[in-house]
Design a protein around this ligand. Structure first.
Ligand SMILES: [Zn+2]
Ligand SMILES: [Zn+2]
Ligand SMILES: [Zn+2]
Length: 340
């Protein structure tokens, strides 16, 4: 049936590496290893890394509470509030990473893989408001609307240095996997924000000690917030993209239709949906019109070729496909769906 119509990936499509997930997908294929085992190893590493960075952050958190209570430093009390958001973002990321290790069951048929997107969205919102708050604070302090709170520069310097060391340790722990999924991205963004914050604390306490000028703290704090807010918004946008079931970056539904239509034996394609369950699992469903005389063996072969097309011909590998084969005169209900 049909003429010979071999189809190949569009030029350049599989050579460019637009996203981290396409890199992991391809390296998995290249190694020929079981992707499930790879993923489980990666998930165990994520839990370990998040536990470590939570430990570092937790130590500073406790130290700052003790320091703030001991010295009655308002600046430290303010930073304790900030640390509380750090700890909660990291705890949420850790809980998500632990739950994501669970296997699918009859209630959670995808496992908990979508959870990374939810924690990333939550972390991004928290970071966004922390950034916004810092900008407002900076403006208010610079305009004199709020009395400056830096009253113990030496202590501030000491905690700045300790905090920076702890945050650098967290960065080193997470840097290898911050592109693996959105959950890790949120945690990494959080510790980067903190490290920059520690740098500001150190610099402003040095400036305060040397010159007595206390405006530096507000300016630098505002600058960091201006750097973090766009990243938080991008993370929020990326996670909303998954939550709204949009086609992931690197997969264009029109392109998928064009490809699948060229697979030998396909008469037409409609009702195509492409979306991501999580940052490393893209799914595709499509209705495929075939010749009514097709045998079961032929249709099995067709499904195999379409699955190969979906998993190999796009910058992001589509790993979960569901194809509904139907004869050309199949019932009217399909007309109610969007035809692509
Ligand atoms: Zn193809
Ligand atoms: Zn399935
Ligand atoms: Zn249909």
């Amino acid at each position: 049936m049909g003429t010979m119509n071999p189809h190949r990936p569009a030029r350049g499509e599989t050579t460019q590496s637009r996203t981290a997930q396409s890199r992991t997908a391809r390296s998995r294929t290249a190694q020929g290893g079981a992707p499930g085992e790879d993923r489980r190893r990666q998930e165990r590493a994520h839990v370990r890394q998040l536990k470590l960075s939570l430990l570092f952050t937790g130590i500073i958190f406790v130290a700052e509470i003790v320091g703030a209570a001991f010295t009655q430093s308002l600046a430290l009390f303010v930073d304790v509030g900030h640390m509380l958001t750090d700890v909660s973002v990291l705890v949420a990321s850790l809980v998500a990473a632990i739950l994501m290790q669970r296997k699918p069951d009859s209630r959670h048929t995808w496992g908990w893989r979508r959870l990374e997107v939810v924690t990333a969205a939550g972390g991004a919102v928290v970071l966004f408001f922390v950034g916004l708050y810092s900008i407002v604070q900076a403006i208010m302090r610079l305009t004199g609307a709020v009395a400056d709170t830096v009253n113990s520069p030496r202590l501030l310097l000491a905690f700045g240095i300790v905090g920076l060391l702890a945050n650098l340790a967290s960065i080193v722990t997470l840097v290898g996997s911050h592109d693996d999924n959105m959950n890790l991205r949120a945690a990494f963004l959080e510790v980067c924000n903190d490290a920059l914050g520690s740098v500001v604390v150190i610099m402003s306490s040095v400036v305060l000690l040397c010159t007595g000028w206390d405006g530096f703290d507000a300016i630098a704090g505002g600058v960091i917030a201006l750097m973090i807010v766009p990243r938080a918004l991008k993370l929020l946008r990326d996670s909303m993209r998954v939550l709204l079931e949009e086609a992931p970056a690197g997969v264009d539904a029109d392109c998928v239709v064009e490809h699948l239509s060229k697979v030998e034996g396909v008469v037409a394609i409609h009702d195509v949906h492409v979306s991501a369950v999580s940052s490393d699992l893209v799914r595709l469903t499509a209705h495929v019109v075939v010749d009514g005389s097709m045998t079961v063996a032929e249709s099995a072969d067709l499904i195999q070729r379409m699955t190969t097309c979906a998993s190999e011909h796009f910058p992001v590998s589509i790993e979960h496909c569901t194809f509904q084969l139907e004869p050309a005169d199949y019932g009217k209900e399909c007309e109610t769906h969007r035809t692509m």
